[in-house]
Design a protein around this ligand. Structure first.
Ligand SMILES: [Zn+2]
Length: 381
């Protein structure tokens, strides 16, 4: 008996860096699972068919750095709508919850959202704060509690978050970094560190990190930079990357500089992970210079990064960084049907960075459809 699928995605090209696939293939979905990936599945074998000719089919995009603890954290916003309109099926919240209120994140955000919303847990008790900063007073650090929250919630809590700008940690950068590395060790999970406007040197930061820890805002124009004063990639950064420290974009309003990215990439520092850092304090319409994850991906297309590499930086790479490569970031029969249907539109677009520089590009990446656990959501393009 031939298969009857609930949904068939047909006519598109699958680009799935995690499995090394780049070819025309159809995908059959039954209930919330991928049931078939092969060429020429007849549309009559499905209850519903989505013709996506001319589109690229990728694993559901993973936005590795957002702030989704809305109604509780000052940076939080309801990220579901923008995610499902932009190909994003999984987000990683960057420290909006701490050990005191992680359970609320689990109950109110993870369990209530259509997008799969995972979280790095802040070492600070209540998660990241705006003013005063969350670790200006180190008495607010709860390393044991943070490690315990991760250890007891491995399905949702994927690592530890530490912001290291002066506004967050005051004079406590060095002490907080030491504590956070120990916290990551205690729960055997990656530590994500915010750099930018940080009181200690980039060398000290990256040399303190373990393989698998993450530097977010890696292309920030703020100090200390990954580049030296002559605009060359710091040796310490190159060495850290070689031993497995992960570099994540974390665009946000203030952490993207076209010139700096170009120089760093030409010196060998390609982004391991491309993320938006969308948050609720980006007050400009349409989230300002960030836009959405496909817009950030388009910036790397304009900077000459290959499409496959860009897709890997939003699928297999972030999944692997948190040890979820067995369930996320790759198209495979039996996995949850999380899929992005993207278009490369021949639609000239003016891209902006955090310093006001503009770059005109002849194409843009946009989401046509987002499929989350078999359910279809219309994209914004
Ligand atoms: Zn952030």
């Amino acid at each position: 008996m031939s298969d009857i699928f609930d949904l068939l995605i047909t006519g598109g090209t699958v680009i799935d860096p995690g499995s090394g696939t780049n070819q025309k293939l159809d995908i059959g979905i039954t209930a919330d699972r991928i049931a078939a990936i092969r060429s020429n599945i007849p549309p009559v074998s499905a209850r519903k068919a989505l013709n996506v000719e001319g589109c690229i089919i990728t694993p559901g995009l993973i936005d590795f750095h957002v702030h989704s603890y809305w109604g509780v954290n000052p940076y939080g916003f309801n990220a579901d709508r923008i995610c499902l309109a932009s190909g994003v099926t999984t987000t990683m919240d960057a420290g909006s919850s701490g050990p005191t209120n992680f359970l609320g994140f689990r109950k109110l955000v993870y369990e209530q959202s259509r997008t799969r919303m995972l979280a790095f847990v802040a070492m600070a008790q209540h998660g990241v704060l705006n003013d005063p900063g969350e670790l200006e007073n180190l008495r607010f650090a709860d390393p044991e509690g943070a490690a315990q929250a991760v250890a007891e919630n491995r399905d949702v809590a994927i690592g530890i978050k530490l912001r290291m700008h002066k506004k967050s940690v005051g004079e406590n950068s060095r002490a907080a970094l030491r504590l956070a590395v120990k916290t990551g060790e205690a729960c055997r999970a990656p530590l994500m560190v915010h750099v930018g406007d940080t009181a200690i040197s980039m060398e000290e930061i990256v040399e303190s990190l373990r393989a698998g820890d993450v530097v977010t805002h890696c292309y920030t124009p703020q100090q200390p930079s990954i580049l030296d004063k002559n605009g060359r990639l710091l040796d310490a950064v190159r060495k850290a990357r070689e031993r497995g420290v992960i570099f994540d974009v974390g665009h946000a309003g203030g952490h993207f500089d076209f010139n700096l990215v170009r120089r760093a990439m030409s010196d060998g520092l390609l982004p391991d992970i491309i993320s938006s850092d969308l948050h609720g304090r980006l007050k400009q319409p349409g989230f300002g210079v960030v836009g959405d994850l496909p817009t950030v991906m388009t910036k790397f297309l304009a900077l000459g990064l290959s499409l496959e590499r860009i897709i890997a930086a939003c699928t297999s790479s972030p999944a692997g960084a948190v040890g979820f490569q067995d369930r996320l970031g790759r198209l495979e029969i039996g996995r949850e049907a999380d899929i992005a249907v993207l278009q490369i539109l021949d639609d000239p677009v003016t891209l902006r960075d955090s310093l006001g520089a503009e770059k005109l590009h002849r194409q843009r990446i946009a989401a046509k459809w987002t499929i989350r656990a078999g359910e279809v959501f219309e994209g914004s393009c």
